[in-house]
Design a protein around this ligand. Structure first.
Ligand SMILES: [Fe+2]
Ligand SMILES: [Fe+2]
Length: 260
């Protein structure tokens, strides 16, 4: 059983589909979840399963993996329910990051329309894309990913796999921004379109991983004083960067108006 604890849950469900159904009975929606970065050992911690249910659930999973062991389990600690769609309430600290995601997602949602008839030889298109890349670098990366990497993650042991997935997404996003800048300078519309669309898909999925899995888990591991300290460090970080957030909000609102 030990060997399965460090295997990805998606992988385990692919091999033993009934385990997905069993998890759903405990309100853990790993089957339909598109994040897919958790290992079996993380599931119980991330989804806050009671001690009693945890023992029962692990025995049921073990019985599925090793049917020859004849493990007898009586399922009676939890009602059949799926709580995975319940609204998550964040602390003020984590809500700051979730709210920043909302503005980033508004920009990502505009990308398919913006890139449809893009022509980097046209000054008006260069202006919009130039501002968009600036938003990605200043707001999404410097201000937002900066808060995650330099402040929030320092409160945890970030060697866990889930953090490595997040760091890798940030790295790929930065690499794509460098490619966008080169394509922008070369007026290579096709290359830039492909980079921007790839960035949008990456960030959409990345934000979902954070909102649905990582942040609720991190939030539950923070003490009240730590949450308060995070808020003041986030605010200090914004002041030090002196990025004009209002300017980016206006920029996105204006583009949204063009497409509605
Ligand atoms: Fe992130
Ligand atoms: Fe984020």
């Amino acid at each position: 059983m030990q060997a399965y604890l460090t295997r990805g849950i998606k992988n385990i469900i692919a091999e033993f589909p009934r385990i997905g159904k069993i998890l759903e009975e405990y309100g853990i929606g790993c089957g339909p979840c598109t994040v897919g970065i958790c290992q079996l050992k993380d599931i119980l911690e991330i989804h806050k399963v009671s001690k009693e249910a945890e023992v029962e659930l692990m025995l049921r999973i073990e019985a599925e993996i090793y049917p020859d062991r004849k493990i007898s389990v009586q399922s009676n600690t939890v009602p059949l329910q799926n709580t995975s769609s319940e609204k998550v309430y964040f602390s003020r600290a984590l809500q700051i990051l979730v709210d920043e995601h909302k503005l980033i997602k508004r920009w990502l949602a505009l990308i398919p329309d913006l890139t449809k008839n893009l022509d980097l030889a046209l000054e008006k298109d260069r202006q919009v894309i130039g501002n968009g890349i600036d938003f990605i670098r200043s707001y999404a990366d410097q201000l937002h990913h900066g808060k995650e990497e330099d402040i929030l993650f320092t409160f945890f042991d970030d060697t866990a796999d889930i953090f490595q997935v997040i760091y890798e997404d940030h790295r790929k996003a930065r690499e794509l921004v460098q490619k966008m800048l080169r394509a922008f300078d070369d007026k290579n519309t096709q290359e830039l379109t492909s980079n921007v669309l790839e960035y949008a898909a990456l960030l959409e999925e990345h934000i979902h991983k954070e909102d649905a899995v990582l942040f609720p888990w991190l939030d539950s591991g923070l003490a009240q004083e730590e949450k308060e300290e995070l808020v003041s460090r986030f605010e200090r970080s914004d002041r030090n960067l002196s990025i004009d957030i209002r300017r980016y909000q206006t920029f996105i609102e204006e583009i949204e108006q063009q497409f509605t």
